[in-house]
Ligand binder design. Structure first.
Ligand SMILES: Cc1cc2nc3c(=O)[nH]c(=O)nc-3n(C[C@H](O)[C@H](O)[C@H](O)COP(=O)(O)O)c2cc1C
Length: 216
């Protein structure tokens, strides 16, 4: 039997949702987790953990559709100032260091160095890449839009102009891009809306290949 929801379930009425919509916790669809880097106007590095993004492309380019950039953070500010950033995918090994950038989020912080990570010069954009991350996507802002008028965040489209990938992760028989050594996913607290209690806590995950499409 399926349950259907179009209004906030009773058990979630007092849940702290940190600005998210209640339905996100009910359907709980994971999205990739990465850290996006740019330069602040004082020349210091900015780093922002980011999720809620999809990637798509066609004959005119490859794009990151970044669904929720807070209007109040440094990332939004730097993207407006420089129009450029790098999307860096970390493996689980570097998750803690990347998270440390949240503790070093001051305007006068060199966020990449203070987190114990290495800033590497990008080739095509004015933004730092994180050396320890196994994929770095050099990006330029194409456009932005509020999903609903007055939102606290905006949806931004970034065009990927150059991709760097660690060769051990290019090899699917070595570290690969999926599985335990691959791209990380942000998983919202998978709650049961019929009986939620306590506090929401999210999870870090990876994805696993289960079958080859060619087997049909
Ligand atoms: C798992 C995770 C996912 C996050 N996703 C986003 C996101 O999609 N959008 C956003 O604006 N902040 C997101 N954040 C919060 C920012 O990383 C955090 O507020 C950061 O310090 C802001 O940096 P900034 O001031 O340089 O923009 C996320 C944090 C975590 C831990």
């Amino acid at each position: 039997m399926k349950r259907a929801y179009d209004a906030l379930p009773e058990s979630m009425k007092n849940m702290e949702m940190y600005g998210f919509h209640w339905m996100e916790f009910v359907v709980q669809i994971p999205s990739p987790l990465y850290i996006i880097t740019s330069y602040k106007s004082n020349g210091l590095t900015n780093a922002c953990m980011q999720s809620w993004t999809t990637f798509t492309g066609g004959k005119n380019g490859f794009y990151a559709i970044v669904a929720s950039v807070s209007k109040y953070g440094h990332l939004y500010q730097t993207l407006h100032e420089t129009g450029e950033a790098v999307i860096n995918f970390m493996s689980a090994e570097f998750y803690d260091k990347c998270m440390a950038t949240i503790r070093h989020n001051g305007f006068d912080d060199d966020e990449i160095a203070l987190a114990g990570l290495t800033a590497v010069k990008a080739d095509r954009v004015h933004a730092p890449m994180i050396g320890e991350c196994f994929i770095n996507l050099e990006c330029r802002v194409k456009w932005e839009k509020e999903i609903a008028a007055g939102d606290d965040s905006v949806l931004m489209c970034l065009q990927v102009v150059k991709a760097h990938i660690d060769e051990r992760h290019l090899d699917e028989n070595d570290l690969g891009r999926t599985g335990k050594t691959g791209i990380l996913y942000n998983i919202h607290h998978p709650i049961d809306p019929e009986r939620f209690s306590g506090a929401a806590h999210d999870y870090l995950g990876v994805i696993e290949k289960i079958r080859d499409y060619a087997e049909y």
